[in-house]
Design a binder for this molecule. Structure first.
Ligand SMILES: Nc1nc2c(c(=O)[nH]1)N(C=O)[C@@H](CNc1ccc(C(=O)N[C@@H](CCC(=O)O)C(=O)O)cc1)CN2
Ligand SMILES: Nc1nc2c(ncn2[C@@H]2O[C@H](COP(=O)(O)OP(=O)(O)OP(=O)(O)O)[C@@H](O)[C@H]2O)c(=O)[nH]1
Ligand SMILES: [K+]
Length: 461
């Protein structure tokens, strides 16, 4: 793949801001920049200016009109983000200067960058691998410090190193297999088979360990989809408000959610949580019936966690029991609220149906039990596994799927060894394992998949 055109895009978020940045990358970056930039001294950007901010103005070469007062920086290939020549124009923030400067750059011969194209070039030019490139996107969309930390470690190569380590072990086993294919006419000796078996089991262990991080990883990357459910008046809105107050970083309601369903983003001890209040479901009195039908069901089904609220100052109703039957198969926390009031609720029935689930008593009025709720959430996400704090973890579903296919192939290889099948058969399974792992780092993926991955990036990245 040979890249010969020069791309440009606005790198900063649109809107009023202190500074806006337009990035140009490619062979013509410096020529294009020199066509529109007038430094104070009148000199063109040159080698001595590399990686230094140079003061001047962007001037339309046709009309000599001054577009903005700027600082520009020239970074020379290959020591740049894309490994190509890059010029960045730092203009005043706000939509007018950035747009006009970009238009001028495009008029000078640059092409508008596609979504993620700068990072795609960094990947295609070999500065980072695919998992690292994907981590760039996760950095931008991270909602909590923990999520950001995991993505940053992934950008620095934590996952890639682990995967490459595993791949190298597979490669060693493959080398052994190939040697025995070349040298033995008859049956392979037991020593070789034992060696392969032991090696494969050890490497499979590693892969399974890595795979076990995927559930937590997905939550840190995408957030824990949580639904609060309970009869009217049990205290759902009060819970939402209490958690919002506790939450360190409150992210505003995300666009695209329907008006009648309240979705809030919370940060509970570093875990990003997407909390859906079943507000929209309570148009009718019968929550169970409502959930049976519309999009609330969708929310309910895709929830990673259900928080079921009960009012302990009232008796259990048929509706509560129906809700409990529904959440039996889900990961759920039972919140028994209003413990400050005279206790009427017969909890034994709750334990009968949901005995194995976490039951937490709280009073939102008196603000008791909230920290137990938070601790329970954290425990459920980390499953007591401190190792995930090393941040060597799988956060991306694409990586998880590839890892799963790799594990299956390896298991097939192990089975083939146990059955003492011909080495050629065993070799195929190990080769597949190696290939599937390579999909994570992008070593063994096709152009279509690469295009697809970067198409989901944002413009300017
Ligand atoms: N102005 C600006 N700020 C930015 C970026 C950018 O592109 N422009 N970045 C973009 O998202 C991030 C920084 N990431 C970067 C990653 C690599 C290189 C780079 O030039 N790497 C070279 C040389 C490294 C070195 O000097 O040692 C290399 O790896 O060869 C630059 C920025 C965040 N801040
Ligand atoms: N005594 C007491 N009252 C509470 C407690 N938590 C909530 N309430 C009260 O219970 C009432 C209902 O609380 P909400 O948070 O609106 O309940 P909800 O489940 O969202 O109600 P709907 O909007 O009808 O679904 C309010 O008057 C709250 O002040 C509690 O722990 N103790
Ligand atoms: K309410």
């Amino acid at each position: 793949m040979f890249i010969d055109d020069t791309i440009a895009a606005i790198a900063t978020a649109p809107g009023e801001a202190g500074v806006g940045i337009i990035r140009i990358s490619g062979n013509d970056a410096i020529e294009i920049a020199n066509g529109i930039f007038k430094s104070k001294s009148g000199k063109k950007l040159k080698e001595a200016d590399i990686r230094r901010l140079v003061y001047g103005h962007i001037v339309d070469p046709k009309t000599q009109e001054v577009i903005d007062e700027v600082l520009v920086v020239y970074m020379r290939a290959p020591y740049t983000y894309t490994r190509e020549d890059i010029v960045e124009v730092n203009c005043h923030g706000g939509i007018i200067p950035v747009k006009r400067i970009l238009q001028l750059i495009l008029r000078m011969g640059a092409r508008m960058a596609e979504a993620g194209e700068f990072t795609k070039r960094a990947f295609l030019n070999g500065r980072i691998d695919l998992a690292q490139a994907e981590a760039v996107m996760d950095l931008i969309s991270a909602k909590t410090d923990t999520g950001f930390g995991v993505a940053l470690d992934q950008l620095e190569g934590s996952l890639s190193k682990e995967v490459e380590g595993i791949r190298n072990e597979i490669l060693q086993l493959l080398a052994h297999i190939e040697v025995s294919i070349d040298f033995s006419e008859e049956d392979v000796d037991e020593v070789t088979l034992d060696y392969l078996l032991e090696g494969s089991k050890a490497v499979k262990e590693k892969m399974i360990k890595l795979h076990e991080t995927a559930e937590t990883g997905k939550i840190l990357r995408e957030g824990l989809n949580t639904v609060i459910i309970g009869k009217p008046n049990v205290g759902k809105s009060s819970l939402l408000n209490a958690l919002l107050k506790e939450s360190r970083a409150i992210v505003t309601e995300i666009p695209g959610t329907t008006r009648d369903i309240i979705e809030e983003q919370l940060n509970i001890k570093g875990i990003p949580i997407r909390l859906v209040d079943t507000a929209g479901i309570r148009d009718t009195d019968d929550i169970v019936e409502k959930i049976g039908v519309d999009k609330s069901k969708e929310f309910f089904n895709k929830a990673d966690l259900v928080i079921f609220m009960l009012d302990s100052s009232r008796e259990l109703t048929q509706e509560d029991i129906e809700i409990m039957e529904m959440i039996k198969i889900k990961k759920a926390i039972v919140l028994v609220n209003k413990t400050d009031l005279p206790q009427i609720l017969d909890l034994s029935k709750v334990y009968d149906i949901l005995g194995e689930k976490n039951v937490i008593k709280i009073s939102l009025m008196e603000k008791t039990g909230l920290s137990e709720l938070e601790d329970t959430l954290v425990d459920m996400v980390y499953k007591g596994d401190i190792k995930t704090k090393d941040h060597i973890m799988v956060t991306n579903i694409r990586h998880k799927n590839a890892l799963e296919r790799a594990i299956i192939s390896l298991e097939e290889g192990i089975e083939a060894i146990n059955k003492k099948l011909a080495m050629d058969f065993i070799e195929v399974d190990f080769k597949n394992t190696w290939d599937y792992l390579g999909e994570i780092t992008g070593d063994t993926v096709g152009e279509d998949l690469i295009d697809h991955i970067f198409a989901n990036f944002c413009i300017g990245k």
